[in-house]
Design a protein around this ligand. Structure first.
Ligand code: T46
Length: 524
């Protein structure tokens, strides 16, 4: 039995692929970070399957990847882990660069080291299949199709990050002879797709009688590939694809967005009849910035070389998919627990501002120019001598009573990446920002009854402004590394993380898991 390390295996395509591979007789090691898009409910039927080994972890953690490759004696990697939603990449490009580019780099490095250590026979059979997208090729007019040799012309931060990762994969084959294969697929649909994407979003909105937001004219065209067809193509490429090559995978089903929405409405109306057609809720809304007009995939290489063809027609696939969403309300609920309820994402370059103004959860007040009561800033002094410098932090004879630290930790945060926003019920955080790196610190007062309730304060701290900051319970906080290199933050909270012996619940209300949160990291 062969073992494949699948990354992102709790996501939409990933969970379908894991299931497909296990049914085909593979053992799968499934590495997934479980971000908002990863969901163990999508793998429920595999819970007891001994050929499914789930590991929660990050593709950016190269040591973990290497360890898993060795521990499970893997024969191949299929790299699916990615931030995949174009609209989110408009608001938060940094996490796309981190997961899609840095993550792929770490995967390649780990795979290279592992592959080198394999016996001659095993190393010849090893494969690194990298799953990418047709969006790297840019946008088409009314005619033409992308072939494997179409030059890259990505238009969104998402597609640019995927293009960068594809280049890295190519370079690892050319330079180190790592046996890689890259695939470019068109728009996938089917069961377990997170309801931020067109088809599940429109399905759920139609069923719930909500507005159906069609971007721009609705005439943009996508080629639709049923996820099961995608999985069969990936397996075929894994087993028989040519090393160092790339393959396009398409569904041979080009449709305008309006055609797709009408097809969904028709199925919803058949399955849940009501007095008025669902299509009455179609609304044309502001276009997506940089919205690619048309994607069209020429998958003839895959069909002529490996004999693959899509087997699910768009008409049948849409019916099955709509009815799957109607029959799986628990799964839909599990996605909503991640904080996304169908709100519009990424309407402008400053899309976080849009979300803030759209949010109905809580009206936030203005940004203030001094910190709130209970938040204590102190300029840190660097005592410098020939050896370097030293900073004193949190002397017990100086800090406000009740804030005495009980533990300390240090974290590294990559450039452009943020931590938070979150808040604590009992805990005060006693931060030290002294470098390396500069951070924009965001604070919101969420203590009801506080005179500054709802207000926000932001400041740049770190290397260029060394500060200690005490953040009391009820003050929502987040910080983002705004420098070009990894940054360090020190924290000495006055509560133990997860309590004595790590046996208690973590005192943390994590607004970062809620995409619609009013606590958004915008600089204005
Ligand atoms: C969410 C939404 C989308 N749209 C439009 C925007 C696009 O023209 C089309 C499909 O949008 P969606 O965000 O579902 O997918 P794409 O932007 O085409 O990208 C998708 O397919 C490629 C291959 C990947 O590689 C991406 O990972 C995947 O997300 O519907 C609307 O009109 N209204 C909406 O509410």
């Amino acid at each position: 039995m062969k073992t494949v390390l699948v990354t992102g295996g709790a996501g939409f395509i990933g969970s379908n692929l894991v299931r497909h591979l296990i049914r085909a007789g593979y053992r799968v090691v499934n590495l997934d970070k479980l971000t908002y898009a990863g969901n163990l409910a999508s793998l429920k039927d595999l819970e007891q399957d001994e050929n499914h080994i789930f590991v929660q972890g990050d593709v950016c953690d190269g040591m973990l990847v290497l360890e898993l490759l060795h521990r499970y004696d893997c024969d191949a990697v299929i790299n699916l882990a990615a931030e995949s939603h174009v609209d989110r990449s408009i608001g938060s490009p940094g996490m796309f660069v981190r997961t899609n580019v840095v993550g792929t780099f770490e995967m390649l490095e780990a795979a290279r080291e592992y592959w080198h250590a394999l016996s001659e026979e095993r190393s010849q059979g090893f494969r690194f299949v990298h799953v990418s997208t047709d969006e790297v090729f840019g946008s088409l007019g009314d005619s033409g199709s992308f072939t494997e040799s179409t030059p890259f012309q990505p238009n969104s931060p998402y597609s640019a990050s995927k293009a960068a990762s594809d280049h890295l994969v190519r370079s690892y084959h050319e330079t180190f002879a790592l046996p890689t294969i890259t695939t470019h697929c068109s728009n996938n649909y089917g069961p377990y797709q997170f309801p931020e994407k067109l088809i599940p979003l429109m399905t759920l909105h139609a069923v719930e009688g909500k507005q159906l937001p069609v971007y721009g004219t609705g005439l943009n065209v996508r080629d639709w590939l049923h996820v099961e067809d995608h999985c069969s193509a990936l397996r075929l490429i894994l087993e028989s694809g040519r090393i160092g090559d790339t393959y396009n995978i398409g569904g041979d089903a080009e449709r305008s967005n309006l055609e797709v929405v009408h097809a969904i409405c028709q199925t919803v109306d058949e399955l849940c009849p009501s007095d008025q057609p669902s299509s009455k809720n179609i609304q044309y809304v502001r276009d997506r910035p940089g919205h690619d007009f048309r994607y069209s995939i020429d998958a003839s290489k895959l069909s002529s070389e490996l004999g693959w063809k899509p087997s699910v027609s768009f008409e049948q696939g849409i019916k099955d998919t709509v009815s799957w969403y109607l029959s799986n309300p628990d799964w839909v609920t599990s996605t909503r627990e991640k904080g996304y309820h169908g709100q519009r994402l990424g309407t402008s370059a400053n899309s976080m501002t849009d979300q803030l103004t759209q949010s109905t959860e809580r009206e936030l007040g203005s940004t203030v120019d001094k910190p709130f009561d209970g938040v204590v800033f102190e300029q840190l002094t660097q005592y410098t001598d020939d050896r370097g410098w030293l900073i004193e932090l949190y002397r017990n004879d100086e800090i406000p009573i009740g804030n005495e630290p009980v533990m300390a930790y240090v974290s590294q945060t990559m450039p452009g990446v943020s931590r938070g926003p979150h808040e604590h019920v009992d805990q005060s955080d006693l931060f030290g920002f002294f470098g390396p790196g500069d951070f924009r610190l965001y604070l919101w007062d969420s203590r009801e009854g506080s005179p500054t309730f709802g207000e926000r304060f932001t400041v740049v701290v770190g290397e260029s402004n060394p500060q200690s900051v005490i953040v009391p319970p009820g003050v929502v906080h987040a910080y983002k590394n705004i420098s070009l290199r990894p940054g360090i933050v020190f924290n000495a909270p006055n509560r133990l993380y997860a309590g004595e012996g790590k046996k208690e619940a973590v005192d943390e209300i994590r607004h970062e898991d809620n995409q619609g949160t009013p606590y958004q990291l915008v600089d204005a």
